[in-house]
Design a protein around this ligand. Sequence first.
Ligand code: NAP
Ligand code: GDD
Length: 375
Amino acid sequence: MEVISGSRVALITGVTGQDGAYLVESLLAKGYVVHGIKRRASSFNTDRIDHLYQDPHVSNRNFILHYGDLTDSTNLIRIVQQVQPDEIYNLGAQSHVAVSFESPEYTANSDALGTLRLLEAIRILGLEKKTRIYQASTSEMFGKVQETPQRETTPFYPRSPYGVAKVYAYWITVNYREAYGLYACNGILFNHESPLRGETFVTRKITRALARIHLGLQDCLYLGNLDALRDWGHARDYVEAMWLMLQQDVAEDFVIATGVQHSVREFVTRAAAELGLAIDWRGDGGDEVGVVASVRGNGAMRVGQRIVAVDPRYRRPSEVETLLGDPTKAREKLGWMPKTGFADLVAEMMREDLKGAQRDALVREAGYKAFDHHE
Ligand code: NAP
Ligand code: GDD
């Protein structure tokens, strides 16, 4: 393995995910040599980082991928031993809350025990003094919130197997810091989105669907709880906070959030406005629908068309109704502030998904099959 010498070395689990992609870009720009762990899959799974890929035959590479999995201790120990990282960012996880109700044991294995395995790898290899570790903790740990806004001292009350697994990962990170003096910290990140967001998280599901409905590729967007409230920021801003957390004199845990909250319904309304549409919300509960009230510009949508409806399959057995973070500690100690507000985030996601839908429409017009992925 021929790589640049003298640079700081980072190892990222979950490098193929949304945050992994933004973090690699950011660390490479800072001069790091970046190693990432990707999972073996039966088809290519590196779309988000393909633009950064470097041919293994080229010397002086600064971005190297390794096959691995958070459920495989020996593999993790071997990679950490080989890479000798200055910083580990543990972003790998089964990160979908609804899926965690379907696969609770796997979620616990990867999200809870995966963190333990990495911490143990550092300890077993005697890297306690060299390697700093960031744990991707989450506002989902606050679950049934015990106070609003949520801050570093707010008690946890997780509401899903995912949230429970992440609470274990949070505390084992704190424990290894206290027991073995590791520089280990938790970023308690509130929801953060981007054009790279997974397609089944609600924001991306909304922007993709509206773009496709706008171009006549889809009829209706089916959602679950429209009243859920989230504090949505941009992933690009949030990965900077991760890095800052590992550059301090003392390891601490930080809430990362915007301090502003919107409902799922508001997200839909804002995204539709980007396409020149006003939505009239009619009915309530499971019967609520979003109907086109007015249209500006071109597109397939007509006034009176029902474009949003509720489908109970997207509701969760136990829901996190509201999340709102207080990022004061991050602002004061890290000098971190979010740069992208809600309107700009939605606009960017809508713009990018419109491009994707336009490409699919062209493919269809030319007589080729455009795939239509659904949950
Ligand atoms: P994401 O897009 O779902 O990416 C998750 C990554 O983890 C992917 O690279 C995935 O690989 C990988 N992964 C899944 N299971 C794994 C396993 N067993 N071993 C190794 N890698 C595995 O998630 P994200 O939005 O980037 O979030 C990054 C981290 O922050 C996650 O830990 C998430 O729980 C946490 N978090 C996210 C948010 C948010 O709003 N985005 C907020 C708070 C905390 P594949 O690509 O092969 O699936
Ligand atoms: N996914 C999804 N799909 N969510 C829906 C839908 C739908 O059709 N309809 C309504 N929702 C509601 C969910 O019930 C939830 O209240 C809210 O929209 C946000 O759902 P997600 O986008 O799936 O995100 P999340 O808040 O459950 O979890 C995300 O944020 C956490 C941080 O708070 C994930 O990224 C987690 O990994 C992360 O830890």
